[in-house]
Design a protein. Structure first.
Length: 356
């Protein structure tokens, strides 16, 4: 029988477990692609675009959420994040020649996002494909391509839209320019910080996974900069890779209905704590859950001293991945890249769509 240590070593080479490679891959991405991203921010600052859309599906929607969050927080340029088909179905009136559309798809051929890209092209918008490989349907059809030869499908698109929002603020001299410049100055150090987070998280994650081995459903609480990461793990990691039910609740929304479940239910909660303005509300939600007798697993950005609050999603991804890997392996899921339905054309349509 294969022991856990051997399975973990095998997992380090899987597509799912990107944490072992993030230090090197993010450093390479920032070196190779920062110029393209900064150029898009410069074009926006000069007035070429007066509307930005961030589009994706599943996990790719979750990192695009941060694009809107940062653009809204740091600039006066209108921005919106949409799931891919929502862009095509809603048909926003502002989607036209003065719109910039970031469309994220790991494969570059996700059915939903390919359709959104084509719709944006037809509307005359400038489209940017964020994808792993340069040769894909989206890369061929987009006006601009930011490609990354890496499995880090969350961190690298997140880095792109984070850099875009911060650089746009720096160029446009917005009210929060000083804070944006401070974050930009720390960004080159992110790869090293991710490497350190990876090396320190392994032991704790095994204990956490054993503690929650009996969980059949996990509720994720998060807010602020961590909302996208919380959504990702609740709906596209815990269900997809641990094969347990998952739900996501924005921290301040917990008291608006979900808290009533505590009268008859005990929840298994994964809480993501930031160091931004949303922290106190997440702490209040945690207190209510624990008072009701539920189990809570905390991942806290405050554990990474000195890291800018907007970089919390980068850092907390790492221990969350370690927890997921150990949880899957302890449940007998040893092939972390295989799916039961996704990747087998279940629910897929169109000859050039490969996922799901």
């Amino acid at each position: 029988m294969v022991d856990l240590a051997t399975l973990v070593e095998d997992a380090k080479h899987s597509d799912l477990f990107t944490a072992p490679r993030l230090e090197a891959d993010l450093a390479a991405f920032l070196q190779d692609q920062s110029g393209r991203v900064r150029q898009l921010a410069q074009r926006t600052a000069k007035g070429e675009f007066d509307q930005v859309y961030f589009v994706g599906s599943g996990g790719s929607w979750s990192n695009m959420y941060s694009g809107q969050y940062l653009t809204d927080r740091y600039t006066s340029v209108p921005a919106e994040v949409l799931t891919s088909y929502e862009l095509t179905w809603r048909r926003p009136a502002r989607l036209g020649p003065r719109a910039l559309v970031f469309a994220a798809s790991y494969s570059g051929s996700t059915e939903d996002t390919l359709a959104a890209l084509r719709h944006a092209n037809e509307a005359g918008a400038t489209t940017v494909a964020l994808t792993r490989r340069h040769e894909s349907p989206m890369s061929v059809e987009a006006d601009e391509v930011i490609d990354y030869e890496s499995t880090a499908l969350y961190i690298l698109p997140l880095a792109a839209v984070t850099l875009y929002g911060l650089e746009l603020c720096r160029l446009s001299r917005g009210a929060h320019r000083e804070d944006a410049v401070s974050a930009l100055a720390q960004m080159p150090d992110l790869p090293r910080l991710l490497g350190e987070a990876y090396r320190r998280a392994e032991a704790d994650s095994l204990e956490q996974a054993r503690r929650f081995l009996s969980a059949t459903a996990m509720t994720v609480l998060a807010s602020g900069p961590l909302l996208g990461l919380g959504y990702k793990f609740a709906l596209t990691v815990f269900m997809e890779n641990i094969r347990v039910a998952g739900s996501f609740i924005e921290s301040s929304e917990f008291r608006h209905g979900p808290v009533e479940a505590l009268e008859r239910s005990r929840l298994d909660v994964v809480a993501l704590l930031g160091t931004d303005e949303s922290r106190s509300m997440t702490e209040r939600a945690i207190a209510a859950v624990e008072t009701g007798g539920s189990r809570v697993l905390r991942f806290d950005a405050a554990d990474y001293d000195g890291v800018h609050p907007q970089f919390a999603p980068f850092l907390l991804l790492v221990p969350l991945q370690w927890f997921t890997v150990h949880s899957a392996l302890l449940r007998g899921i040893t092939n972390l890249d295989e799916r039961v339905f996704m990747g087998h054309r279940v629910l897929a349509a169109g000859p050039d769509a490969t996922w799901p």
